[in-house]
Each structure stands twice: as C-alpha cells, then as structure tokens.
Design a protein. Sequence first.
Length: 340
Amino acid sequence: MYVYMSRSFRLCATAIAGAASLLAASVPAAAGPDNPSGAPPGVCEAGAPAESPLPATALSATRVQGGFSFLEGPVWIADPGYLLVSDLGAATGAQQVQPSTIRRLAPPAPAETFVAASGSNGLALSPDGQQIVAATHDNRAVSAFRLSDTGRTVLAAGFQGRAFNSPNDVTVRADGVVYFTDPSFQRGRRTDEMRGRTGVFRVVNGQVTLVDDTVRQPNGIALSPDGRTLYVGAYEENRIYAYAVNPDGSTGARAVFATIGSPDGVTVDCAGNVYWVSHNEGRVHVFSPAGAELGTISSGPEATNAAFGGPDRRTLFITAGRTGDYGIFTVRLGVPGYPY
C-alpha cells in the first residue's frame, strides 16, 4: 500500500544484468516453456483442490502479533517456517521517503530484524526459494535479497532511462519473469520521472517492458496458478484488472475482473481463487477464477496485504492495523495457496 522513500541509485547495466542472470538461473526444470506456471514452483503442482476455500461466506481473522509501524508484503518461508514482512516507518529527510525494515516473524515469538534498511514494500519469492524479490522504494527499483546472507542485488532500476515512481507490489512467474506495480505513493518529494504516469511493468532477463501505464495508482499484483492471467488492482479506480499472459510473458488487452473499494495487496490459492485486500474496508474479498465473489474475511482496519503459510499453506496471514500498531491476523482456510 502507500507511503514514501529515498535516493535514486544509478547502477550500471552490468550489475543489473548480473542480478537478472542470478534470478534466471533459479528457473526449475519443471517449468515448461510452452506454459510457465504462475504459482511458485512446488506450491500448486498437485492440481486444483476440490474443497471450498471458505467455511462460511463471512469470516473473521484473529490478531496474533502486533505493535509494528506499518506492515506490508507478507511472504512465507517454508523451511524452517517463518513469515517475512516489510515494516515501514514515518517519512524522513528533505525528500520525505519512508525507511523500511524486513522483519522475521514466528508468532508468538518476538519479531526479529531480517534486513535493517530494506527500503521495501511488497515481497515475493524467487523461483528457487533462495531470494526475496522486493519492490524497493528507497532506490526506486526492484531488488532481490538473498535469504542466506541478506545480500542485495538490483533486478530493475528504471525504464527507458527514467527512474520509477516507487515500486510497490511484485509477483514472480515460475520461470523467473517478474511483474510489478509502480504507483507514486512512496515517491515522496523526489522528481517525477514518469511524467505523471503510474504503471505496471515486466522484467525478463534484465529487460524492463511496460505492461500498462494507464492504470491509476496500480497496487496489488498476482498471477493465476496456470500463469495465463495477470491480476492488477487499480487503487484509485476501485477496480481489479485481468490481463491475458502469453508464454513469453507478454500481455494482452485488459478486462475488468472485479470491483472493490481501495484494492491493495493480493494472494491466490491453488484453485485459482483470488484474495484481494480492501485497505479502507479492513477485509479481504475472495473471488472465484471467474470473478464471482465467494465471501469476505474481516481483519483489522487499514488492511494492506495477505499471503498463505503454515505447514500446509492453509493459513492466511493478513497485515492490518493502525499506523504505529500494525499486526498480523490469521485465519484457517480450506485450500492451500501462494506464500506471497
């Protein structure tokens, strides 16, 4: 969701290409070129579950940990089993950019600092599960942090020589193609190099391609399990768009998938159901792959994002709260889902 962050790093093309090669090298052999999966490798390979995802049409999540500044981007790390989140502080400095820390959570144990100065918002997993791909507003880029030592590399530093606004949310196809949203929420007082546009971008082998620059404040982003549909939330339009995705990662024309108020972060289950967080409502709207609303899950106020986790990935983690007292909410569901 929104807020702000700092200086525009100028990284050389070789560094960006090296980072892209690192991500591409993690592509699993099982991801076929004719139909790359949209789900993280190994997550949804058994096929679509037959169970209903929701035990009732209206559920309430339980707060299990709190006291954070402003949480975003939950991602579940299966081994050994913990949640990573971005915790954003108040904007600082002349450019009014928000600092951010990636925290490691395993409730009810106390939170630990994983990356002290991550500058991150949305988080996702690399295909090999060894890196966190992050929308990093501090350097107005998309970055990757190694889980082994938290080392950082840059995957996308700008488009056609111009700095992004403030990358916000990110999703990664099983073959390493990265999609991300670029609203202006966290640009602060830095120069608008996108000339008033906010957009959606794709990164393939270090090359950045525009998906759509007509979406007003794009926010959450996700892929369907079969990799053939890209979902993007338009925060200022109260709409969720769906784009057809081709095997090479390019996208077709968009269509309106659903309409909700203030669409923020999103996750998807292995049956293709879509879980979209409404920030202002403080709840998650659950849609079938056809766009029919199946029910809602209430959490705390000002909800920002959601991800599946736990040993069987049937626990939905939701980040929500008030600035200065954000928390993690959980609810058990009938279908496993994406860890981000």
